[in-house]
Design a protein around this ligand. Structure first.
Ligand code: PLP
Length: 425
C-alpha cells in the first residue's frame, strides 16, 4: 500500500506513503512523527501537541472524550451555543449532556456566542455540587468574534473546571506580535485547524494540551485521537504539518504582521466607501452589507463574479479570510470590486429571537429514534432529530432533542433551511 505505488496524475503520490520503516506510526509514534509533534508543541507553547490528519473535527472528538474521562458518571459539559456540530455529535455518541451558554445580547446570531467571565462565573456558581466536566467555547467564531479566553480560563479554573477551546479559526493567533492563542491564555485543551489559516494542507490540525492542564490530558491524548481517527492517516497531510512548523519558525510571523497592517488599513478604506465592516479577528474581513442594500449572500455573489471567493456568507454577513499566502493584489482586487458595487436602499434586519429552548429529549436519545424529513415551515412543535446544518458554518440553530418553536421556524426561513429531520410521532 498505497496502490498508486508512488506515481499518478496528481504529482504528489510519491509523498503519500504509509507506515513504512522510518516513517513512524501516528498513534504509536516514537520516531519522526513524535519529534515533529514535539516541535509543534514547542512552537505553540503547549505541553503536548497531537497531530490530526482529519481536521479539528477529530481533535474536538478527542477533547470531549478527554474531558469526560475525568468525570465519567452523569457527565455534562457547559458549552457556548455556537458550537460546531461535531461537538454536539460527540456528546451524543459519548452520552454527555450539554448545558448551553447563550449569547448575552438579545439579537439572534447563528455564529456568535459572546460569553462574559461574569456570566460564566454566575452559571458555574449554580453548579458547585456537581460541576461540568468542562467549559467549551468557540473562539474566534466564523464571523471573527473573539471571546476573552484568558478571562474565561481564569473563571473556569477558579471553579476547578478545565476550559476547552475550539480554536479552529485561530491557529495563527500564536504568531501575532502579542499572542492571543488559547495556549497562551490558559486553555487546558484547544484544537487548531492549521489548514484554515497556516500554510498547511486541508485536514492538517493539532490538538494542544496546555502546560497547566490536568496530567490525564497528556497521558490519554494519543489514545483519545486514536479512538476516533482513521488507522490510515494521510502522510501527505502529516508532512505538510511538519513542513508548516519550519515555515512558522522562519519569516512567516513577520509576513503575518505585514498582513495584519494591510488588512487593518483595508478595513478603514472599505468603511470609508460606506460598507459596515465588523470587528473581527485580524485575518478576517467581515462585512455586514445590509446598510448598503445587499444581503450577505448577494454581496458574496458579486465578489464571486469578480473572481473573489468568500469564506462564508449568510443573509447578514459576508466573510473573507486572508492569510500571508495571499498576494497584495488579492486585497487590491477586493477593494476595487467593493468600490464598484452601487448602494441600494438599506435593508432592515428582522428581529430574530430564539427563546430558551425546551429540551424534550436528551440529545443522545435522538441518535437511534425513528425520524422523518418534513418541510421546516411545518415543523413547529416537533422535536428535532438531527442537526441539519451544512458547513460552513455547521452551527445548528436548534439542537437535536429540542422542541422547535415558532421563533425557530422563522430562523429556519431566514437562513434558507428548507427541511428538517424530526422525531417521528
Ligand atoms: C468553528 C469550527 N470548528 C471546527 C471546525 C471543524 O474543523 P475541520 O474542518 O478542520 O475539521 C470548523 C470547520 O469549519 C469550524 O468552523
Amino acid at each position: 500500500m498505497p496502490g498508486h505505488k508512488g506515481s499518478g496524475p496528481l504529482g504528489c503520490e510519491a509523498l503519500d506513503i504509509t507506515e513504512i520503516a522510518g516513517a513512524d506510526s501516528l498513534y504509536e509514534d516514537s520516531g519522526i512523527l513524535r519529534e515533529s509533534e514535539q516541535n509543534a508543541a514547542q512552537l505553540f507553547g503547549a505541553r503536548d501537541t497531537f497531530y490530526s490528519a482529519e481536521g479539528s473535527s477529530l481533535c474536538i472528538r478527542a477533547m470531549v472524550y478527554l474531558a469526560l474521562l475525568r468525570r465519567p458518571e452523569r457527565p455534562w459539559i457547559l458549552a457556548a451555543r455556537n458550537a460546531h456540530r461535531v461537538f454536539l455529535q460527540t456528546c451524543m455518541l459519548l452520552g454527555a449532556d450539554i448545558a448551553w451558554l447563550f449569547d448575552e445580547s438579545e439579537a439572534f446570531s447563528l455564529c456568535r456566542t459572546m460569553v462574559s467571565p461574569e456570566h460564566l462565573a454566575q452559571v458555574l456558581s449554580q453548579h458547585i455540587a456537581y460541576p461540568p466536566a468542562a467549559v467549551y467555547v468557540t473562539s474566534p467564531d466564523y464571523l471573527g468574534n473573539e471571546n476573552d479566553v484568558a478571562a474565561l480560563a481564569a473563571v473556569a479554573h477558579r471553579f476547578g473546571v478545565p476550559l476547552l477551546v475550539d480554536n479552529a479559526h485561530g491557529a495563527y493567533l500564536k504568531f501575532l506580535s502579542g499572542s492571543r492563542h488559547p495556549m497562551d491564555c490558559g486553555a487546558d485543551l484547544c484544537c487548531d485547524s492549521a489548514h484554515k489559516t497556516l500554510p498547511v494542507l486541508t485536514g492538517g490540525a493539532c490538538l494542544h494540551v496546555g502546560k497547566m492542564a490536568p496530567p490525564e490530558f497528556s497521558a490519554a491524548g494519543k489514545r483519545a485521537m486514536a479512538l476516533f481517527g482513521s488507522t490510515s492517516p494521510s502522510y501527505l497531510i502529516l508532512a505538510s504539518l511538519d513542513a508548516g512548523n519550519g515555515r512558522l519558525s522562519s519569516d512567516w510571523p513577520e509576513k503575518l504582521a505585514g498582513w495584519v497592517t494591510l488588512l487593518s488599513r483595508a478595513r478603514k478604506e472599505i468603511a470609508a466607501m460606506g460598507w459596515n465592516v465588523l470587528r473581527s479577528d485580524p485575518l478576517k474581513l467581515t462585512i455586514e452589507p445590509g446598510s448598503r442594500g445587499w444581503r450577505g449572500t448577494e454581496l458574496a455573489e458579486q465578489l464571486r463574479k469578480a473572481g473573489i471567493e468568500c469564506e462564508y456568507a449568510d443573509p447578514d454577513d459576508t466573510v473573507m479570510m486572508l492569510t500571508p499566502n495571499n498576494r497584495p493584489e488579492d486585497l487590491e482586487q477586493i477593494l476595487l470590486c467593493l468600490s464598484k458595487i452601487p448602494s441600494r436602499a438599506p435593508l432592515t434586519r428582522p428581529d430574530l429571537y430564539l427563546p430558551p429552548p425546551e429540551v424534550a429529549m436528551p440529545p443522545r436519545d435522538c441518535l437511534m429514534v425513528p425520524s422523518e424529513r418534513i418541510p421546516a415551515a411545518e415543523s413547529e412543535g416537533r422535536i428535532l432529530a438531527s442537526a441539519t446544518v451544512s458547513c460552513p458554518p455547521a452551527v445548528p440553530a436548534v439542537v437535536c432533542g429540542e422542541r422547535i418553536s415558532r421563533e425557530a421556524v422563522q430562523i429556519f426561513r431566514y437562513y434558507g433551511t428548507e427541511d428538517v429531520l424530526v422525531v417521528k410521532e
